[in-house]
Design a protein around this ligand. Structure first.
Ligand SMILES: NC(=O)c1ccc[n+]([C@@H]2O[C@H](COP(=O)([O-])OP(=O)(O)OC[C@H]3O[C@@H](n4cnc5c(N)ncnc54)[C@H](OP(=O)(O)O)[C@@H]3O)[C@@H](O)[C@H]2O)c1
Length: 325
C-alpha cells in the first residue's frame, strides 16, 4: 500500500480507502462484507469510511462494521482510521437530518453505539444543509473533539463559497479540518475545478468518493445493465437513467488507453483520480472481494504520460458525461 499525509497534518491514509455506503447493510451478505473488510485491512487499507445512514437499513452498515471489528479485527483498533458522518436524513422528525448541533451530537452518539467504538478517528459534517449557520455546525464538530468522541473533523460536499469559512473557524479553535470529502472521477470534474485548491491552500487533505462513478467507469455497463449491478438493484443509488449512451461510449474509448497501459478501466480511473497530487486518498466501494483485488492492482501503475493524459482529456472533456448535481 502507498500512504499519503492528509494535508498539513501528521496523519497518513492509504491511497485507497474502503467505503461502506453500499454492500455492507442488513440487506447484504454479511460474510462477503466481512471478507472485504478483512482483505482490505490485510492489504494495508486501514481507512474505512462510514456514515450514520449507510445501509440499507440506515445504520446497519455501522452495526455490521462494529460486528466485523469485534469478530475479525479485535485488537487492531489502533491500526485503523474509522470515519463517520451526520447530515443526511436518518431518523424521523426535524432533528434527524441537517447540519444542526442537535443532529450532529446526537448522531455521533448513536454511531458510536452502533459501531461499539469509543471514538471516531474523524467525524464529518456530511453536507451543508443550506440553512444552519456554519458557526453552529463547526462548533458542534469542535465540541465532539473536545469531548473525546472524535480525534479529527472533516467536511463533505461543502460548496466553495463556504469552505473557507469552515477552515477559518476550525483553525481558530485549533481543530483544523483534516479532510475535505468530495465526489471526483473522470465523469465528475466539479470538485477538482472548484473545491480542491481551496482545501489544499488551507492545509486540508482531500479524499474523493465515487471514483468509479458508482461502477460506470469499470466497463460493466458496456452491454446493458447486468443483473446484480448497482444500477440494477432497487437499493442502489446509481439510476439506470445515468447509464447513458454517451457515458458507455466514453468508457469504451477509455478502455483502449487502459489496455495499452496494461490496466482495467477501473484501475486506470482510480489512478487518474490519484494522479492529482492534492488528493490524499480515494474511497472505493466494492461488492465482492474480486473487485477489491482488481482495484488494489491499480497501485502497480499510477503514472501517466503527457500523451495519455491528453488523450484521456479529449475523451472526458464533454459536458454530457459529467454528473453536475
Ligand atoms: N460524502 C458523501 O456524501 C459520500 C457520498 C457517496 C459515497 N461516499 C463514500 O465513498 C464510498 C465509495 O463510493 P462508491 O461506492 O460510489 O464508489 P465507486 O468506487 O465509484 O463505486 C463502487 C461500485 O463500483 C462497482 N465496482 C467497484 N470496483 C469494481 C471493479 N473492479 N469491477 C467492476 N465493478 C466494480 C461496484 O458496484 P456493483 O454493485 O455494480 O458491483 C461497487 O460497489 C462510499 O462507500 C462512501 O464511503 C461518500
Amino acid at each position: 500500500m502507498i500512504y499519503n499525509y492528509c494535508g498539513h497534518s501528521g496523519v497518513q491514509l492509504p491511497v485507497l480507502s474502503l467505503g461502506l455506503w453500499h454492500n455492507f447493510g442488513s440487506v447484504d451478505d454479511f460474510s462477503v462484507a466481512t471478507q472485504m473488510v478483512v482483505r482490505a485491512f490485510d492489504a494495508g487499507i486501514c481507512h474505512f469510511d462510514l456514515a450514520n445512514n449507510y445501509g440499507p437499513e440506515p445504520g446497519s452498515a455501522e452495526e455490521n462494521f462494529g460486528k466485523i471489528l469485534k469478530n475479525s479485527l479485535a485488537g487492531h483498533r489502533d491500526e485503523l482510521f474509522i470515519s463517520s458522518k451526520a447530515g443526511h436524513d436518518m431518523w424521523p422528525g426535524v432533528y434527524g437530518t441537517g447540519s444542526s448541533r442537535k443532529n450532529l451530537i446526537a448522531s455521533c452518539d448513536q454511531s458510536l453505539k452502533r459501531t461499539g467504538l469509543e471514538y471516531f478517528d474523524i467525524f464529518y459534517s456530511h453536507r451543508y444543509d443550506g440553512v444552519t449557520p456554519i458557526e453552529e455546525t463547526m462548533q458542534a464538530l469542535i465540541d465532539l473533539v473536545r469531548q473525546g468522541k472524535a480525534l479529527y473533523v472533516g467536511i463533505s460536499k461543502y460548496p466553495p463559497a463556504l469552505q473557507q469559512q469552515c477552515y477559518d473557524i476550525l483553525k481558530e479553535a485549533h481543530v483544523p479540518c483534516l479532510l475535505s470529502q468530495y465526489r471526483c472521477s473522470m465523469f465528475d470534474p466539479k470538485a477538482k475545478n472548484n473545491n480542491f485548491q481551496i482545501a489544499a491552500d488551507n492545509g486540508s487533505g482531500i479524499i474523493c468518493f465515487s471514483p468509479l462513478a458508482q461502477g460506470l467507469l469499470t466497463g460493466k455497463y458496456g452491454n446493458g445493465i447486468p443483473e446484480g449491478s448497482r444500477a440494477a438493484r432497487s437499493t442502489g443509488f446509481l439510476q439506470e437513467s445515468q447509464v447513458t449512451p454517451a457515458r458507455v461510449e466514453a468508457v469504451k474509448q477509455l478502455a483502449v488507453i487502459a489496455k495499452e497501459r496494461g490496466q482495467s478501466i477501473a484501475q486506470m480511473a482510480l489512478a487518474w483520480v490519484l494522479a492529482d497530487k492534492r488528493v490524499t486518498s480515494c474511497i472505493i466501494g466494492t461488492s465482492c472481494v474480486a473487485q477489491l483485488e482488481n482495484n488494489l492492482t491499480t497501485l502497480h501503475n499510477l503514472t501517466f504520460s503527457e500523451d495519455e493524459m491528453k488523450r484521456i482529456d479529449n475523451i472526458i472533456n464533454q459536458k454530457d458525461l459529467w454528473f453536475l448535481s
